[in-house]
Design a protein around this ligand. Structure first.
Ligand SMILES: [Zn+2]
Length: 689
């Protein structure tokens, strides 16, 4: 594949709190047996995320061109044309001849950036990396003059099914004062000719609106931070955004935004504000080229960029591309059946009432669009179910009769830290919890999964050997630790000691393990973040802030599960409210204003299957070609299951090898996704319906 595996996008720059909010003690196994000692504390927690909530302003290179903004205020827009000068002329160069007949194109994206630092480049990369869509990045200033016809096609075969530019004119400043295009005149001609020849669409991910891109000269430009540009969707946009709630206004914020009206009937507006400015529009050129432009900037952390990207990829590739997008929501609740040390003091263990509230909330959540498939993952310690461990334990008997609506994952028997345990102790922790699961009759419990207490033991050969011997194949890692992060989106991390065990990257967040009420959460949150914010945040603000974080994972299609703890599911007001329920409701309120389809909530071992499939797919070396005769050919060097979005298979035309490839498909979020499982070195041609 052409994917450049980049570091995970949106990764948290976690800061380990130096606030000594936790006693530096761990429960001692030998002294377990009283309410006072059977509790979980985390000397190293909480993990603190500082970057999640900062509304960063993004400004493209075009907006920072000296003189350009000042000239916006002038009435004579002819001055602008002069200022932009050569760039516009070149970008508007018409192609010399009509489209080729009998042409084919590979299903891959050509991304052209002026420099390696263009603001939109990481947004484009993030979108394609999460999808698993192959792409090549051409940084024009790094390879001047090298965008030649041979790079784009050979004969009637084109190498790219779409072109994405970070900036409509690929403007950059070589000296900090003058501005020019990073592509030469011959390179622009080559690129536009390719698009005309092969019917390949282009997207400009930012740029100054011009007549050449389908706009009248802009009448205003502004920073939309705190003052979003709000647009309404037109019918023309909807086929590319089947997953989007297009009946609501769409907000573009935290970026430099130009306001310009559409030029003429060759411009099709997709998103327009109340004054008729086109925020997204497609220009149809006389030579057949179609170019979509956005009049605002994009960056990987911006909600509008994340939400738009899937529809943009869909349109650019005429509805057919390699890769797939799903939305996932997995909430793992650690320490179930144990007590946790609370902030600022005391301890908490769920009661039957809390469990009942959790069941009621989940049932309600499952009636919502986002939550239709949702079930909590209960990550439990069997010792807490032993009679006598906790006084007045009404939780264990209640769970015995109300356990079928959750997923169950082992968290070791006693919550022992596994960093330095020997083999026998580790094995006992694993097998005793398996026995506890059997004793409780926990439905769907699978011995291949485990979440270790404090994410410990991952580098302890004694524990890892015991885990493998006991049948464990999947553990979780903590993405707030750099070495625990995946090499690219939606793949796993092979265990450091034994790569046969796959670690599922799990996201921490600021709903701390040791809070169960709004008072506790706001108290601890403000204790940690008061200096950062310069004030105390309210409960509503904190919930909103963390909901934004989780929303980002969902919108991107991040498969990673989320970390929570049993105190977060306390019925804190006697009315059935829990901190996590409040948070997930807030997430759903945001999500359902944007997306119209449910998230998936797979079991932990099924999550691992998804990660492994993506890993194999990334390594498959797949080349896919859309042929002139309405077929698609897929070829791999290594065996993998290849996802193709937008392919409605009409059956196999031909294949190599002795065994026919396996084809399956699903409809999800308004699109058809076909999966083609190929053996190493195999090739298949499918008819398109
Ligand atoms: Zn735990």
């Amino acid at each position: 594949m052409k994917n450049a595996l980049s570091s995970p996008s949106g990764s948290e720059e976690a800061v380990r709190s130096t606030n000594a909010t936790q006693p530096d003690v761990m429960s001692n196994k030998s002294s377990l047996g009283t309410t006072q000692t059977l509790r979980v504390s985390f000397p190293q927690k909480p993990v603190v995320f500082l970057d999640i909530v900062v509304k960063r302003f993004t400004r493209s290179v075009a907006a920072s061109r000296p003189g350009l903004l000042a000239k916006l205020d002038r009435p004579a827009h002819g001055v602008l044309a002069l200022a932009l000068g050569l760039l516009l002329t070149l970008a508007g160069r018409p192609a010399a001849h009509a489209a080729l007949t009998n042409s084919s194109t590979d299903l891959a994206v050509l991304v052209v950036s002026a420099t390696a630092d263009d603001a939109a480049l990481p947004a484009i990369r993030q979108a394609l990396d999460f999808l698993g869509t192959p792409y090549t990045v051409h940084v024009a200033t790094a390879q001047p003059g090298s965008l030649t016809a041979e790079k784009l096609a050979t004969g009637t075969r084109g190498f790219y099914s779409s072109v994405m530019l970070t900036d409509s004119q690929l403007a950059y400043s070589p000296d900090g004062s003058t501005w020019t295009s990073a592509l030469s005149t011959p390179e622009w001609a080559t690129l536009t000719q390719y698009q005309a020849d092969f019917g390949v669409r282009q997207i400009n991910w930012s740029g100054y609106p011009t007549p050449d891109t389908g706009f009248n000269w802009p009448t205003a430009a502004f920073d939309s931070t705190g003052n979003p540009a709000r647009g309404s969707w037109t019918t023309a946009a909807r086929s590319s955004f089947p997953y989007l709630v297009t009946t609501h206004q769409f907000a573009v914020s935290n970026v430099w935004t130009y306001l310009a009206t559409p030029l003429d009937t060759n411009t099709t507006v997709w998103l327009a504000d109340a004054q008729g400015h086109a925020l997204i529009a497609v220009k149809q050129h006389a030579d057949g080229r179609e170019v979509l432009s956005m009049t605002f900037d994009n960056a990987p952390w911006l909600t509008h960029s994340i939400v738009l990207s899937h529809g943009l990829v869909t349109w650019a590739n005429k509805g057919l591309f390699l890769g797939e997008r799903h939305t996932y929501l997995s909430a793992q609740i650690d320490d179930v059946f144990l007590a946790d040390e609370m902030w600022p003091n005391g301890e908490f263990r769920q009661s039957a009432r809390d469990w009942a509230a959790t069941i009621a909330w989940q049932n309600k959540f499952r009636t919502r669009t986002l939550g239709r498939n949702f079930r909590y993952d209960m990550v439990f310690n069997g010792l807490g179910t032993v009679p006598g461990q906790y006084e007045n334990d009404d939780l264990t008997p209640y769970v015995r009769t109300n356990k079928s609506m959750f997923k169950w994952i082992s968290h070791t028997y006693t919550h022992l830290n596994l960093d330095n345990v020997d083999y026998a102790t580790a094995l006992s922790e694993i097998t005793m919890n398996n026995q506890a699961a059997s004793g409780m009759g926990l439905p769907g419990y699978n011995k291949v999964n485990m979440v270790t207490g404090q994410i410990s033991g991952l580098q302890n050969p004694q524990f890892i050997k015991a885990a493998y011997d006991a049948g464990i194949r999947y553990l979780v890692s903590d993405t707030s630790i750099p070495s625990h992060r995946p090499a690219s989106p939606n793949v796993g991390v092979p265990n450091f000691v034994d790569p046969r065990i796959l670690m599922i990257p799990r996201h921490a967040n600021n709903l701390f393990f040791n809070v169960s009420t709004p008072e506790e959460w706001t108290g601890e949150y403000n204790h940690i973040y008061r200096a950062y914010w310069g004030r105390d945040l309210s409960y509503t603000e904190i919930v909103d802030n963390q909901a934004e974080l989780l929303l980002g994972f969902l919108l991107k299609g991040d498969v990673s599960p989320l970390m929570f703890h049993q105190p977060n599911l306390r019925d804190y007001n006697g009315a059935g409210n829990t901190l996590l329920g409040d948070l997930l409701d807030a997430v759903a309120n945001k999500y359902e204003k944007l997306y119209n389809f449910p998230a998936l909530s797979p079991t932990m071992n099924n999550l691992a299957v998804l990660l492994q499939r993506r890993q194999d797919y990334n390594a498959s070396g797949v080349v896919a070609t859309r042929n002139a005769d309405n077929t698609v050919t897929l070829t791999v060097t290594k065996g993998a299951r290849i996802p193709v979005t937008g392919l409605v298979s009409g059956g196999i035309v031909s294949f190599t090898g002795t065994v026919a490839p396996v084809i399956s498909a699903e409809n999800y979020a308004g699109q058809r996704i076909t999966y083609v499982t190929l053996a190493a070195g195999a090739s298949v041609t499918l008819k398109r319906n």
